[in-house]
Write a protein that binds this ligand. Structure first.
Ligand code: GLC
Length: 611
């Protein structure tokens, strides 16, 4: 018999009504809440049957994404395939890569100049015309769903472009539109904010406010053309929630909450991670559970672990489903430069103790820079000081450090704080680019091994691994942005180059570097999916390998244990087991009984221990 879903919305609503209303009224008035309830009903009614079926399946299995067989990829539509129809045509490639989670970088309408890579949205309901239409996006998500792929898109919620209709009206003096932003007619309050609010882009966009031609001052935490939204205004919250639900109804499965820690502003504070932010994220979670329970929230919180973890909420009051494992990412690159695994080991222990850590999204590279947000208290215990250590890391990765094969560029080199961050693709940072330039086959082979080992490490972590498009074939830096007037001030474009389909063809040649990386990544993915020890619920512990260059960890799940070793240096290392050990090398499938093993330069081992 067909199940009756006529009261589905009512049931979901009833279970959550009190909490939602209470949270809402903590921040806003009851009239706003009535409007929000109407929005919830409207978007539930608009949601199509296929998506509602998806909701029901996942509602019955809410931890469906806590598994070991999800492989993500993030890509720019234009770089990858020109436009959305191009992505539809190239979907086979994503499938060939084993991808079942596709993060489409910002594609909503955004001024051609002043777009911050699409993070300055002028219309949340329209696709950038050069990329296609909302119908193309609908078609793409539906096709992805048929092929078992979930789609992720950003909700850039902290700000809009200064070309958004609200911003335009505000500039014209419309009071209602102005109340969506933070407007001031003199510098008194902005100056008071500046005393406590740090800067995001100290070099490319200093300060947190921008003075318009007519003298008005508006809050712009990021670029001057990205106007901060005022979430103290219920209309802003309601309208942005409606925008989120609109995207969910287009078939987006994962909503990336861009720059979420910044959304609540209060004088006298850092305007980061304020309690109201959690209130808002919790409401968004509840609203998704009512309208579109198959949708996941991915929080972008680029901060230290103890500030990130609260965005998971609590088991009773969850907030984000997934969060970036940002400090681990930075600690990995730290280890590449230092060849010293102690910080990374410490980081893994910190992460594995966090509540909710099975929801981490792991990555090596993404569209943004690498910020050196490391555990400096711990580094100090090892004798390293923050400023000189950051300088060493940056020198290393831009290839200035003697013997470094890395080819990166600095990002937002702040002369005052000396706090530069770093850009570059994984392959260029690992030394592939320099080796090719020098026609040095041996160096190339070592660089490729390093690149593969880092990916192996990424796949060993609990959570969802996400490949940055191009990394699967060792794509190099793209220096063309230096000649582009719009982009040349933002070195993040160094690793936002066009996907080179011709070079990618070489993935089929097993002796090319593209082929070596591609084949290795596929093997890592399929092996990971086959073995339960990679389930995010596994117990993770690290151990001393006897070498500062070699990281060792165990993953134990349902009585089985994986012993993993990673050699972070360019020399061979030997590792002694405790007595004789029988294990299967998961990469070769061979069984061994040994007392010790050798790891080649930048080698790794996934050893499944016989139970
Ligand atoms: C996020 C994005 C970044 C963007 C910023 C402003 O941090 O990842 O690329 O510049 O938000 O929207």
């Amino acid at each position: 018999m067909k199940k009756d879903y006529s009261n589905e919305l009512g049931t979901r609503f009833r279970d959550r009504y009190d909490e939602l209303k209470w949270l809402y009224c903590e921040l806003y008035d009851i009239d706003g809440f009535d409007r929000l309830c109407k929005i919830i009903k409207e978007y539930y009614n608009d949601r199509n049957d296929e998506l509602k079926e998806r909701d029901r399946k996942r509602e019955n299995d809410p931890l469906w994404f806590h598994t070991n067989d999800i492989v993500g990829m993030m890509l720019y539509v234009d770089n990858f395939a020109g436009d959305l129809r191009g992505v539809i045509d190239r979907l086979d490639y994503a499938v060939e890569c084993g991808v079942n989670y596709l993060h489409l970088m910002p594609l909503l309408d955004s001024p051609k100049e002043n777009s911050d890579g699409g993070y300055a949205v002028a219309d949340f309901r329209k696709v950038q015309p050069q990329l296609g239409t909302m119908d193309d996006l609908r078609e793409l998500t539906a096709l992805c769903h048929k092929r078992g792929i979930d789609c992720c898109l950003d909700l850039v919620m902290n700000h809009t472009s200064d070309e958004h209709a609200w911003a335009k009206a505000a500039r014209e003096g419309d009071e209602n539109a102005r109340s969506h932003y933070f407007f001031y007619d003199n510098w008194d309050i902005p100056n008071r904010f500046e005393q406590t609010v740090p800067q995001v882009f100290p070099t490319t966009a200093p300060g947190n406010f921008t003075q318009l031609d007519n003298g008005d001052i508006v809050m712009t935490t990021f670029y001057p053309y990205q106007w901060d939204l005022n979430y103290a205004n219920p209309t802003v919250f309601n309208d942005m929630t409606a925008n989120m639900l609109f995207l969910a109804n287009v078939g987006i499965d994962v909503i990336r909450l861009d720059a979420v820690p910044y959304i609540w502003k209060q004088l006298g504070t850092s305007c980061r991670n304020l309690p109201q932010v959690h209130n808002i994220v919790r409401m968004m979670r509840i609203i998704c559970e009512i309208v579109c329970p198959s949708v996941l929230l991915l929080g972008e919180v680029v901060m230290e672990p103890k500030k990130v973890a609260p965005y998971f909420g609590t088991p009773e009051k969850p907030e984000c489903h997934m969060l970036y494992n940002v400090t681990t990412m930075a600690s990995i690159w730290n280890t590449v430069a230092t060849r010293d695994v102690r910080l990374l080991r410490r980081q893994l222990e910190t992460i594995s103790e966090l509540p909710g850590c099975d929801g981490f999204l792991n990555y090596l590279r993404c569209h943004d820079d690498i910020g050196w947000g490391l555990d400096y208290d711990y580094l100090r215990q090892l004798g390293m000081q923050e400023a000189p250590h950051k300088k060493f890391l940056n020198d290393y990765f831009i290839g200035r450090w003697k013997g470094s094969p890395s080819r990166g560029e600095l990002y937002n080199d702040d002369p005052v704080l000396q706090d530069a961050r770093l850009c570059g693709t994984a392959a260029s940072l690992c030394g592939v680019e320099a080796a090719l330039w020098d026609h040095d086959e041996e160096a190339l082979s070592i660089a490729v091994d390093a690149d593969i080992m880092l990916h192996a490490f990424m796949f060993t972590q609990s959570g969802i691994p996400v490949i940055y498009s191009g990394d699967e074939v060792g794509q190099l830096n793209d220096y063309l942005y230096h000649a582009d007037i719009e982009k040349k001030f933002d070195s993040r474009y160094l690793h936002r180059g066009k996907f080179d389909w011709e070079l990618a063809e070489k993935r089929h040649e097993s002796d090319s570097y593209q082929g070596r990386i591609f084949v290795a990544l596929r093997k890592l993915e399929t092996t990971r999916a086959k073995h339960d020890v990679f389930m995010p619920q596994a117990q993770v512990s690290t151990f001393d390998t006897g070498s500062q260059n070699v990281l060792g960890l165990n993953r134990t799940y349902q009585g089985k244990t994986l012993l993993a070793l990673f050699n972070f240096c360019e020399e061979e290392r030997e590792f002694s087991f405790e007595g004789k050990l029988t294990y299967t090398d998961l990469m070769t499938g061979k069984r061994h009984t040994k007392q010790k093993t050798k790891l080649k330069p930048y080698g790794f081992l996934w050893a499944m221990i016989k139970s």
